[in-house]
Design a protein around this ligand. Sequence first.
Ligand code: HEM
Ligand SMILES: *[C@@H]1O[C@H](CO)[C@@H](O)[C@H](O)[C@H]1NC(C)=O
Ligand SMILES: *[C@@H]1O[C@H](CO)[C@@H](O)[C@H](O)[C@H]1NC(C)=O
Ligand SMILES: *[C@@H]1O[C@H](CO)[C@@H](O)[C@H](O)[C@H]1NC(C)=O
Length: 217
Amino acid sequence: MKFTTLLLSGLAALTTAQTAAPYTDAKSGITFNAFIGSTGYFFGIALPANSTSSNTDFIATIGGKGTGWSGVSLGGGMLNKLLVVAWPNAQAIVSSFRKTANYGSPAVATGTFTQTPIANGTYVNATHWTYTFLCSKCILSDKTTFAPTDLTASFGYALNAAAPAQKTNPASSVAKHTSQGQVSLDLKKAQSASFESWRSWAVKSAVTVAVKREWEG
Ligand code: HEM
Ligand SMILES: *[C@@H]1O[C@H](CO)[C@@H](O)[C@H](O)[C@H]1NC(C)=O
Ligand SMILES: *[C@@H]1O[C@H](CO)[C@@H](O)[C@H](O)[C@H]1NC(C)=O
Ligand SMILES: *[C@@H]1O[C@H](CO)[C@@H](O)[C@H](O)[C@H]1NC(C)=O
C-alpha cells in the first residue's frame, strides 16, 4: 500500500515536471526564459538588459492547452504573493491580478500594477491559448514578487483544465488547481537588449483582453 502510494506520487511528480528554457514565441518573436509543463502550461518572462533596482516592469507570456485557466505567482508561493490568472474566452483572453491570504479562490488584487497586451503574442489557436503582456509596476518591494536585481527567482505555477465559472468575467472565481508547484528561473537569461523595443509593442486596445483593474470596481 505504502509502496503504491509512493510510486504514484513519484509518477505524478514526473508527469507534471516543468522545464526551464529560453523560449521564443513564433508569432511575436519575443524571447523569454520560460517554464513549459507537460500539461501544455507555460509561463515566460523577459526583462530589460541590466535590470536595475529601480526597474518595476517585465514582459510575460502565459498560456495553456484547451479552455482552462493558468496562473503564475510572481513571488513563488500562493499565499500573500502577487498572482496573475488568465484563461481564454473564445478568441479573447481574460486576465486579472489576484492575491489571497488563504487557500481558496484568490480575490482580485488592487494596486498600481497594470497589464497591457502585446497583440501578436496574444492568440488562441487550435490547441493552445497564449497571452503576452507588458506588466508595468509589477515588481514590488514588499516581498510579494521577485526583486528586479534577483539573479534567479522562484515562480509558482497553477492550472486547471476546467474553465472558470464565469469565463467572461475577469473577477470570476476559479476552481482549485489540478496541478501546482514552484519553479526557479534564471532571470539573467530573461534579460534582453530588445526589451525596450518589445515594450513599445504593448498597446492598450490592440487586442481583446478583458483585464480587471482596481479602478474598474
Ligand atoms: C479555489 C481556488 C484555490 C484553492 C482552494 C487553492 C488551494 C491551494 C492549496 C491547499 C495549496 C497547497 C498545496 C496543496 O495542498 O494542494 C496550493 C498551492 C498553490 N497554489 Fe493554490 N489554490 C487555489 C487557487 C490558486 C490560484 C488561482 C493560483 C494562481 C497562481 C494558485 C497558486 C498556487 C501555487 C503557485 C501553489 C504552490 C505553491 C504553494 O504551495 O504556495 N492557487 N493552493
Ligand atoms: C509583432 O508586432 C510588432 C509590432 O507590434 C512587430 O514589430 C513585430 O515584428 C511582430 N513580430 C513578428 C514576429 O512579426
Ligand atoms: C549591460 O551590461 C553589460 C556588461 O555589464 C554592458 O556591456 C552593456 O552595455 C549593458 N547594457 C545596457 C543596455 O546598459
Ligand atoms: C498553438 O500555439 C502554441 C503556443 O504558441 C504552439 O506551441 C502550437 O504549436 C500552436 N499550434 C498550432 C496548431 O499552430
